[in-house]
Structure formats: C-alpha cells, structure tokens
Design a protein around this ligand. Structure first.
Ligand code: PLP
Length: 459
C-alpha cells in the first residue's frame, strides 16, 4: 500500500516509511492512497475469528510488502498477548440494544494499548532492518505516555523519552510510567504544565541540528499505524453484533479524532458501519468542526483529561476526504486555520452530517451518567466512556449501538469519586503499583536541558 499526504505536496511513501515518518514533510498527515476493498463474503468468512487472527487479516493489506507475513503474524500475536482478557476487545451488553466495547484490558488500562503495543514492535523491526536506533519522544498528560512506554520497553532499537508535567499527573498515571525500570525508558518530569512539555517536544522535532543525529520518532495519533490498529476492533465488535445484517452505530469518546478515524477506515474498506457519534467533553472542537466551524477555544480542564484538547489533529484526515482528496485545497484551508477561524463549505458539512453526529458532555452530566449507568446496569464506567454513553442521545435510535469504553475506571479516581463512588481497585496484577520503585528525572522547563539529557543517554 502507498500513502499520500493530506496536503498534497509531500512524497508518496511506503508503509515502513510512513511508520517512521509520523508527520508529512508538507505539514500534512499520511493516509492510504486507496483503501483495499473487502467483499461481504470475506467479512462473513471472518466471523468468529479470534482477535489476533482478525487483526492480521485486516492489517495485512497495509503492511504487505514491508515484511514477511510470518513476521507480522508473530508481531501481532505478541502485541496482544499481554492483554488481561482472552477476548482482547470483548463487548458487554448494557441495554437491549446498546453494547460497551471494552478497550481497557491492555497493560495500561486504556485503548491506546491497541495501537502502541503494535507500533513499538513495528518501529523496532523497521529500525533493526535499517541498522539504526531511534528515540521515541513525546509529551503526555497521562494515557499516551504510559502506553508508549509499555509498547517500547522491550525494544532493542528504541529509547523512549516521555515528558510529563511535574506533580501535575495523577499518581496512578505517573506510576504507570515511572515504575517501568527498563534501561531504554526515560521519564522526565518538567517543572511546567502539559503545554510546556508539548512545546519542548514540538520544538525539538523542528530543530534540525537535534533531529539529524537523533532519529526522533513520533508516537502520537498522527502516526498512521496507530489508526490502522484501531480499525480492527470496529470490525471485531461489528461482526459479533450483527453489523452485516442490520445497521450498527458506534459512539466514540473523542479528542484528536484518531480513534474515530480507525472506524472510518473500516467503513472505507467496505465494512458496513451505518453511523458514528462523536462524543467530546466541554472541549468541543469536534462538535463545532463537524458543524462546519473550525475554530480554537481556550483549553478547559475536565474530569476526562485524555480528551482535553484545543485542536483535533486527525480531523484533517476526514476533511481531506470531505474535500474530495484535494491536497492543494486542504493546504489552503489548514493555512487559513493557522491564523483564524474557518467556515467549511455547506456541501462539506452535509457530507459529514450523513455519517457523523456529535455531542459535547460537561463534567456534571458525565458524573450523572456514571451514576445512572451504575444504577441501571451495575456497570461502573470511566468518565471518557460516560461521555460516549451520554452522546447516544444524538445517535439514530433504531440502530444497534456500540459505545467504545476507552479506559478502566480505576485510572480516573477523581471523576469516579466525584460521581459518588469509592476508589475502584486496580486489576490484581497491578495491585502493588503504589509501592513499586519509581525512576524519573526532574528538569527545569527548558528545551536545552531536555536535549542535553537526551544527548547524554544516547551517548
Ligand atoms: C486518548 C483517549 C481518548 C481520545 O482518543 P482520540 O483518538 O484522541 O480521539 C479517549 N479516551 C481515553 C481514555 C483516551 O486515553
């Protein structure tokens, strides 16, 4: 498969190059040049496959040509072998027509493990092939950092440097990162906020003198391999819940639109998903974007912190399709959006409306939803998942509905307690997390200090 940039000016790349590149050189995001078309008969033949077998079938058209099939097969089995539930992505019935797709059985208890367990292995393989080492560098306010660390802790060709704001992430989230004592894992606590961490990472990626000797790798959701891995569970759940025979809608707690875009790709392959509902918290950039208003609002701190964003990076991938894959038009649009709010054309909004609905859920409603769902079903859901359940109020009523449960409630104690519940216990294999040895380095909020640190660990 070949990959093109949403802004039309970067070179067309092969899979391995896309995985290593992250962002395109023209500032755009890579998308498949064309999607493989899977027939209904083939989808039917996949019914009943275990998760890892299905994952291999769904992802192979992307990967083919970059490695032997047997190598990819063992990589996928290894990636999902660390999950706590043998179903990997089980669906649980919530009401007569609504299901929860549980995506929190991976090592760090959030859906990001689906992508990062695989991405760490892909990066390691492609670097080994080239005889190179790389540095995964990222900033985190929680979920991404721990998932990236877990995904790369065993990689022989990768170092992982994760910046988090000193004393500003929850203790569970910090410990999920800092108790991984592998030699190639480096946690930096920066004396600043998340935006400061993000700014240091962004500036380092643009600093050619720094990038050239240290192959920097991005593992945020602009990396196409992450999206590809997330396509699988839509098909896995859809096949089990009858998507081939009746209309099915997915409701997705969303921030950067990476998770939803995985479902959209499944549909582009021919899998019959009738509708997507996009759920946000009070940071409602996607609700406004899908209504045609591309604009920035100040960041709000909410009880669903993994959805606290100002600009939704992967939305550009959908906009590219909605603009008939016109890279030049996208380039203009995104340049305009750099400096001011942009109104999308009515025809573009109409196309979006045909497939997507969207709804913003504030913290008070999120807590009320956590309580209501518990009273009605006995399920205790995390605050991100709660926004997805509440957003069903804008989903088509007559469809089978699947809400993506993106995190385990034990990860988000503050919201769960706000909703009136005691703290939720961690899974038993993590019960000693609070007493494990930690390792991290505290640094000033200075790019030069961070770069100096990386140079020293890279020798
Ligand atoms: C990252 C994250 C999200 C948002 O996912 P996007 O791909 O950015 O839309 C939702 N819930 C949880 C728990 C997350 O960690």
């Amino acid at each position: 498969m070949k990959f093109v940039s949403t802004r039309g000016a970067a070179p067309t790349l092969e899979f391995s190059e896309v995985v290593l590149a992250g962002l395109a050189s023209d500032g755009g995001l890579y998308v498949p040049e064309s999607m493989p078309q899977i027939s209904e008969a083939t989808f039917r033949s996949w019914q009943g496959l275990p998760y890892d077998d299905l994952a291999i079938e769904v992802m192979w058209p992307f990967v083919e040509g970059s490695m032997p099939r047997a190598t990819f097969e063992s990589m996928v089995r290894d990636a999902y072998g660390s999950f706590r539930h043998t179903g990997i992505a089980p669906s649980k019935q919530l009401t007569h027509d609504t299901w929860l797709l549980e995506l929190f059985h991976g090592p760090t208890l959030a859906f990001k493990d689906f992508a990062l367990q695989l991405l760490g292995r892909l990066l390691d393989y492609f670097l080994a092939e080239r005889g190179e080492r790389g540095v995964v560098m990222g900033a985190t306010s929680g979920d991404t950092g721990s998932a990236a660390i877990e995904g790369a802790r065993h990689s022989a060709h990768l170092d992982v440097v994760i910046l988090h704001p000193y004393q500003r992430v929850s203790e569970v989230q910090r410990r999920q990162m800092t108790t991984v004592l592998s030699d190639n894992v480096h946690n930096l606590a920066i004396k600043g906020n998340f935006d400061d961490c993000q700014a240091i990472v962004k500036a380092s990626f643009m600093d050619q003198q720094f990038v050239a000797p240290n192959r920097l790798l991005a593992v945020n959701s602009i990396n196409l391999a992450r999206i590809m891995a997330q396509t699988v569970y839509y098909i896995y759940a859809g096949l089990r819940l009858g998507a081939l025979d009746r209309p099915i809608a997915f409701s997705v707690p969303s921030a950067n639109f990476g998770d939803v875009f995985g479902g959209y790709l499944a549909r582009q392959m021919g899998f019959p998903i009738a509708h997507f509902t996009v759920a946000t918290n009070a940071n409602d950039a996607l609700v406004r974007g899908l209504a045609g208003d591309l604009s920035r609002k100040p960041l709000l701190k909410t009880l669903s912190p993994s959805m606290d964003i100002v600009v939704s990076s992967n939305f550009e991938r959908l906009l590219f399709d909605l603009h008939d894959r016109d890279g030049a038009a996208m380039n203009q649009l995104m340049q305009d959006f750099q400096t001011h709010a942009v109104q999308l054309a009515p025809s573009v909004v109409e196309k979006a409306r045909a497939l997507f609905s969207a709804h913003a859920v504030d913290d008070v409603t999120t807590c009320a939803t956590i309580r209501r769902v518990f009273e009605e079903t006995g399920e205790l859901v995390d605050p991100h998942t709660a926004t997805g359940i509440e957003a069903l109020c804008v989903a088509p009523a007559e469809m089978t509905k699947v809400v993506l449960a993106t995190a385990h409630p034990a990860k988000f104690a503050e919201a769960v307690q706000n909703a009136g519940f005691d703290e939720v216990p961690l899974p038993s294999d993590m019960a000693d997390l609070m007493t494990r040895e930690e390792r991290y380095t505290v640094l000033e909020n200075e790019m030069s200090d961070v770069q100096q640190f990386i140079r020293s660990v890279m020798g």
